[in-house]
Design a protein around this ligand. Sequence first.
Ligand code: ADP
Ligand code: MG
Length: 296
Amino acid sequence: MTDRVLTVTELTKHFDGLPAVDGTSFEVREHEVVSIIGPNGSGKTTTLNLLSGLLRPQHGTVVFDGTDITGRLPDALAAIGLTRTFQNGRVFGTMSIDDNVTVGLTPKLRAARPLARLRRIPVLRWIPLLAETVVALVRPPSVRREERETAQTVTGQLERFGDRLLPRRSQEAATLSYANRRRTEIARALAPSPRLLLLDEPTAGMNPAETDEVMHQLLALKRDGQTMLLVEHKLDLVMTVSDRVIVMDHGVIIAEGTPAEVQADPAVIEAYLGSRRGRAVADIAPSGATDEGDHE
Ligand code: ADP
Ligand code: MG
C-alpha cells in the first residue's frame, strides 16, 4: 500500500460545454490535511462531487488507495472508506441525531446486510432485500452484536462534540441549531472511520465562535492522523489546519503549496483581490461568507 491515499489525474467536468473543473491533477497523502480554496464558482464543490461519486467526470481518473474509483457511486465509496459532508449541510430532519449518525455506518454493516454485494445486480436485487428482511425479523446474535457495536461507535462520534450533541441524541435533527446539524453531519461522515474524509465548507454559516470550535475539532482529527481534503472559505482556518493548500480559479489549479507559500503567491493574491492586490491574503478572509449556492 502506498502512502498516497488519493491521486487525481486530469479531472474534467463541463456543464453545457462550460468547464467547471478543467483538467486538475493533485494528490493527497496519508495523514495529510489538504485544503482547496478559491473564489466562488472556481470548481471546488464540483471537485468534491467528482471525487465522492455524485458526478461522473468527462475525462480523468480518481485513484483511491491504489484502486481506480472513477465513476463509482457514493455508497460504494463509503464502504471502502471515502466519505464526505456537504456545503449546505444535509441531515435527515425527521430522524434523531443517533439515527442520522447510524446511517453513516450502513455501508459497513455485515450481519444486518447479508449478500449486500448482490444489490448491484438488478435482476438479483431481491435476494439481499429478502435476506435483510429475514435477519431484521429473526435478529440472530450476530445482528444484535453488530447493533451494540454500532451504538457504541455512534456514542463515540457524538462524544467528539462534547455536550453539543450527546444530550440531544434522540431529538429530531430538524429541531437542532444549524451548527448542531452540521456537527451531526460530520459525525455521520466520521462514523465509518473513513480513510479519507472530504469536507465541503464545514463552517459555512457558522459564527466566529462556532468556526473556532470546528477548527479545533479538525485539529484534533488531524492529531489522530485523519486524512482530510477540505474545501473552505475561511482562510484563517485553512492556514491553521492545512499541510498543503490547492488554489483553484475558473476550474484550474493556479497554485499549490504550504500555507505560507500559497499566501505569498502573486497569482493567489490576484485571484482573491483582483485590483485591490497588495494586501496579504489572510487579511481578506471572507468572514461570514456562506456561499450556499450548490448546483447539484
Ligand atoms: P465552488 O464550489 O468553487 O464555488 P462549484 O464547483 O460549485 O464552485 O461551481 C463551479 C462552476 O460550475 C460554477 O460556474 C457553477 O455555476 C457551475 N456548476 C456547478 N454545478 C453545476 C451544475 N450542476 N449545472 C450547471 N453548472 C454547474
Ligand atoms: Mg462550493
